[in-house]
Design a protein around this ligand. Structure first.
Ligand code: GLV
Length: 331
């Protein structure tokens, strides 16, 4: 029997491609750049599996163009770019990559937090510029991290991992979200549940870890930024639209808050021009999970999910576990 076809929207590490090739005939987009829409629409016609990135828009039109499609394996934990409702109604599995990128993304959030508080990027630019002529007592004074209050918005896996880092730095930890953590988890983290307004008022560092949904779009806007302390910092490693970027620029310019560390942007790769001119922000290009080890783990998990469905099994990490899977089409 002919192998099923899998469409892969970016080149992936060799062990991942090897695994997929054992079970499928692959159509791989060869460039590490967005695949043109018409190529996905073309490829999806024959595909039983789609292995895609968190930046690919997988909407109803595309899902409907794949009569054989049985799985969309997203190489990301966030799946706001996939129309999960449409996939579910068509009996197509959607999977993501939770767990394997937790610590790596928390590390990046922590790196941004430390970098903006301790003015690491400004210091680096200063040394390279050749302007460093003498040591000065008052130069590049930052803000202490240890002993301060860390506010976690969204205490999921990554939020909790950031809270643990905060604990290691001797911080007081507050968190807010839709649900309170079970008592033992709270005790483990040494974290206190508070309302969003209290967290914004009390935290010296506010770190965002909520998934992007219609409810969390502009979760941080002008009103919230006004509630924060003028000495506080905002860290965003989740999804850009969780923050109203224009309001953030006003807040940073106006001194409503002290600074921000941002890995994600509202209209990425476009960045609000005002942000680029500010010194009190540290900006990275959506690299939360970008280590060689973690990107390989993510791609492998996505490939395993895809292969499971090709074999008629249940994938490990579905986001729509309730589906009635589409029957295998006769070939
Ligand atoms: C990255 O942004 C992810 O969702 O995995």
């Amino acid at each position: 029997m002919a192998k099923p076809t899998v469409l892969v929207t970016r080149p992936l590490p060799e062990p991942v491609t090897r695994l997929l090739r054992q079970h499928a005939s692959l159509t791989v987009h060869r460039r590490d750049a967005p695949i043109p829409r018409r190529r996905v629409l073309e490829g999806i016609r024959e595909a039983t599996g789609l292995v895609c990135m968190g930046t690919d828009r997988i909407d109803a039109e595309l899902l409907q163009a794949g009569p054989r499609l049985r799985v969309v394996a997203n190489v990301a934990v966030g799946y706001n770019t996939v129309d999960v409702a449409a996939a579910t109604s068509l009996g197509i599995w959607v999977t993501n990559t939770p767990g394997v990128l937790t610590e790596t993304t928390a590390d990046l959030a922590w790196a941004l937090l430390l970098a903006v508080a301790r003015r690491i990027i400004e210091g680096d630019a200063f040394v390279r510029s050749g302007r460093w002529k003498m040591w000065q007592f008052q130069h590049l004074l930052g803000t202490d991290v240890w002993g301060k209050t860390l506010g976690i918005c969204g205490p999921g896996r990554i939020g909790q991992a950031v809270a643990r880092r905060g604990r290691g730095h001797g911080m007081r930890i507050l968190y807010t979200g839709r649900r309170r953590l079970p008592g033992p988890d709270e005790a483990d983290l040494g974290a206190y549940f508070v309302e969003k307004s209290t967290l914004l008022k009390e935290a010296d560092f506010v770190s965002l870890h909520l998934p992007l949904t219609p409810e969390t779009t502009h979760y941080i806007g002008a009103r919230e930024l006004h509630r924060m302390k003028p000495t506080a910092f905002l860290i965003n490693t989740t999804r850009g639209p969780v923050v109203d970027e224009k309001a953030l620029v006003k807040a940073l310019r106006g001194g409503w808050i002290a600074g921000a560390g941002l890995d994600v942007f509202e209209r990425e790769p476009a960045v609000e021009p005002g942000l680029l001119r500010l010194r009190n922000v540290v900006l990275t290009p959506h690299v939360g999970s970008a280590t060689a080890e973690t990107r390989t783990r993510m791609a492998l998990l996505a490939a395993e999910n895809c292969v499971a469905v090709l074999r008629g099994e249940r994938p490990q990490t579905p986001v729509n576990p309730e589906i009635t899977p589409r029957p295998r089409p006769p070939r």
